[in-house]
Design a protein around this ligand. Structure first.
Ligand SMILES: *Cc1c(COP(=O)(O)O)cnc(C)c1O
Length: 353
């Protein structure tokens, strides 16, 4: 790995006062190029723009995938990643579906660790804050013929993540638009899934909601994902979440929350969750919580759910009584190194400097 250090660090403690997510990039980035069937040696260089021709295929045909993960610092200034091998595997699953080359482990994992190590001062220590890590792969061949690119660029960027989305969001259940289709790319973290979701999300915003709960594309009768998060529903004391499928992203947070919920004695059912079942439960006063889970926000317990024209206010619930908030705390305690990690989820970033 070639490492070209920034002549003068841009770091200042002021970065950690920022309240915006994903705008304050760290000193360095990783870059590797794929051409003629081969990966170049990865380089860590100062964070900087890259030059692309407007004919770069990513702009025309959207071959682009990404990942989202975080680095955390514990009280002893040690830096950890959380289950990074899951992001690595998912990245390459996305790559295969978008007909892009898989990124070798030496480039992704070793590059990731070297980059986080080099910029470790950018990892904040306050609980709830972290350094967000964004691996991305996109098509760079200069051609506008409609076919798969043969050249790609892989980058890893890192930016400060304040603790965010503390406000409870309200979500509208999709009854017309769809995020993913059977046989489609819903399970892949590809850029186009996001592009296609912005317009319906804006529509929901104009109706007073923050996000959309996506339903199955065929009948709109089963819930699938909430915005860019996996979704959990609590009916009575039962926690329900949809099984992952080719339409649902296999979230690391979802998987961790299910494990923590089971090991803490919650009654968890992984099965299709019907919109009607949620609405019936709401009418009986049994719809206690609906929450989204994902790396960026960890857990967001929703304030209200829109069923068709009807906005249904979820009950007030204290953090102690909320399954979502309790599970968030348990997950955060492991991520921030406050408790033992019986699952081996934390991966320490060794200090090589
Ligand atoms: C990234 C993402 C998630 C959450 O996955 P995590 O691994 O928990 O961050 C859920 N749904 C979609 C559509 C996503 O893109």
């Amino acid at each position: 790995m070639i490492i070209e250090k920034i002549p003068q660090s841009r770091f200042s403690e002021k970065v950690f006062e920022s309240t915006t997510f994903g705008k304050d990039f760290s000193d360095h980035m990783l870059i590797a190029n794929y051409k003629n069937g081969q990966w170049s040696e990865p380089k860590i260089i100062p964070y900087q723009p890259i030059i692309l021709t407007p004919a770069a295929m990513v702009f025309h045909y959207g071959q682009a995938i990404f990942e989202g993960m975080k680095a955390y610092k514990n009280a002893n200034d040690e830096v950890f990643l959380f289950r990074p091998e899951k992001n690595f595997k998912r990245f390459n699953k996305s790559a295969v579906r978008l007909n892009m080359p898989e990124v070798p482990e030496e480039i992704f994992m070793d590059g990731l660790k070297a980059l986080v190590d080099l910029d470790r001062q950018w990892v904040p220590k306050t609980e709830g804050t972290s350094l967000y890590i964004r691996p991305t792969l996109f098509a760079t061949e200069e051609a506008i013929t409609a076919r798969s690119s043969t050249e790609f660029t892989f980058v890893i960027l890192m930016a400060y993540s304040p603790s965010y989305y503390t406000k409870r969001l309200s979500v509208k259940i999709a009854d017309y638009y769809s995020r993913a289709a059977p046989g489609g790319v819903g399970f892949a973290k590809c850029a186009g899934n996001y592009a296609g979701s912005f317009y319906p999300t804006e529509q929901a915003k104009s109706e007073g909601y923050d996000q959309v709960i996506w339903t199955d594309a065929v009948s709109h009768q089963y819930i699938e994902e909430a915005g860019t998060m996996n979704v959990f529903v609590r009916i009575g004391d039962k926690l329900l979440t949809a099984p992952t499928s080719e339409r649902i992203l296999d979230g690391v947070t979802r998987d961790s929350v299910i494990q923590l919920a089971k090991d803490n004695g919650y009654d968890v059912e992984i099965r299709p969750v019907a919109v009607q079942e949620m609405y019936d439960a709401y009418q009986k006063g049994e719809l206690k919580e609906v929450f989204g889970v994902g790396t960026a926000v960890v857990v967001n317990v929703y304030d209200a759910v829109g069923f068709g024209e009807e906005r249904c206010q979820l009950p007030e619930i204290s953090d102690e009584d909320s399954f979502g908030m309790q599970l968030k705390k348990k997950l955060n305690d492991i991520q921030f190194g406050k408790v033992e990690d019986p699952y081996g989820w934390r991966v320490k970033v060794e200090n090589q400097q």
